[in-house]
Structures are given as structure tokens and as C-alpha cells.
Design a protein around this ligand. Sequence first.
Ligand SMILES: O=P(O)(O)OC[C@H]1O[C@H](OP(=O)(O)OP(=O)(O)O)[C@H](O)[C@@H]1O
Ligand SMILES: Nc1ncnc2[nH]cnc12
Length: 170
Amino acid sequence: MNLKKYINDIPDFPKEGVVFKDICPLLASPKATDYAVDLLAKGLHDINVTKIVGIESRGFLFGLALAQKMGVSFVPIRKPGKLPGAILQQKYALEYGEDCIEIQEEAIQPGDYVVVHDDVLATGGTAAAACKLVEQCGATVVQCNFLMELGFLDGRSKLKQYHLHSLMHY
Ligand SMILES: O=P(O)(O)OC[C@H]1O[C@H](OP(=O)(O)OP(=O)(O)O)[C@H](O)[C@@H]1O
Ligand SMILES: Nc1ncnc2[nH]cnc12
């Protein structure tokens, strides 16, 4: 199955010059979604994985499905002010300005082996910040896991110390 058939290119969204990779056609197909989850999990059954982290909001969609498939806990990383209780924060640079993501302090413990999942690896700022949060909890990032990677933005260069697994390359 060619998963790229289920990704739509939307020019100039959300702003001029950006080609937005729309995953909605993939979500609309139970067969393609199932196939994608199987591929995301490929190789993970052979290593110790104790938790899957998914990054708000599109990282929740396949992150939860992957956690279910692996039979391990799903942990959300969210935008600021959304998670209750004690949280850890990580700021990261955007093309212009700064953003921030948060995790619940108790969600991940030292000794956890964590897969960080998101739908798109673009500049890599979001995924790198998510990995730092996991490490602040004392846990190990065993893989950064994406539906797709926008190679021309070189997000990989921010994730050099991690194993990467991307289903689609652009
Ligand atoms: O590699 P980066 O340059 O950091 O970009 C990748 C991030 O951008 C998108 O999220 P977005 O902020 O659009 O939020 P959404 O998932 O809520 O749509 C995408 O889902 C990744 O999380
Ligand atoms: N071009 C793009 N399409 C979809 N999601 C993105 N996140 C960052 N860049 C993106």
C-alpha cells in the first residue's frame, strides 16, 4: 500500500509558501490507518518499550493507536496550560519566536523506555523539546517515530542522538 496516496498537499496553508501535508484522507481510511500503525510499530516489538509519548494534537491520533498496538501506556505532551497537576515545561525555538510544551511530572519515571511519536517531523524543534522532557523525567528515548519527515527542513539535525523511524519521506 502506498501511504503517500493518503496525504494531500495543500499549498499556502496555514500561510503563504507552506505546503501543508494533510493527513485527513489517511484518517478517513480504516485500512490505511491500520496499515500505518503496523508500520509505525515495526521493529518496536524487538526492543524494550514501556511508554509511547504523543505530541498535541496530531501526535495523539497515531500515538494512542501505537500505544494500544504495543500494549503500553500512552502519555500526552501538551501545549501550555492544558495538563493538570505538577508539570515540566520545555521551551523551543520556532522560525520566528518561541513555543512551549508540557508533560505531567509523574507520567514518566526513571527506567522508562519511551517512543516519542508525532505525525510530522519538520524543523525538529517540537520533537527535540519532547525528547528533552522525557529525559528530564529520567527516562530513555528509544525512538523518535513519525508518519512523515520533511527532509528539506532537516529536522534530523536536531535529533542526531536518537533513532528515527519515519514512514514517508518528502
Ligand atoms: O518539526 P517542527 O518544525 O517542530 O514541526 C512539527 C510540528 O508541527 C505540527 O504541529 P502543529 O504545531 O501544527 O500543531 P497541531 O498538531 O496541533 O496541528 C506537527 O504536528 C508537529 O507537532
Ligand atoms: N508542512 C507541514 N504540513 C503539516 N504539518 C506540518 N507541521 C510542520 N510543517 C508541516
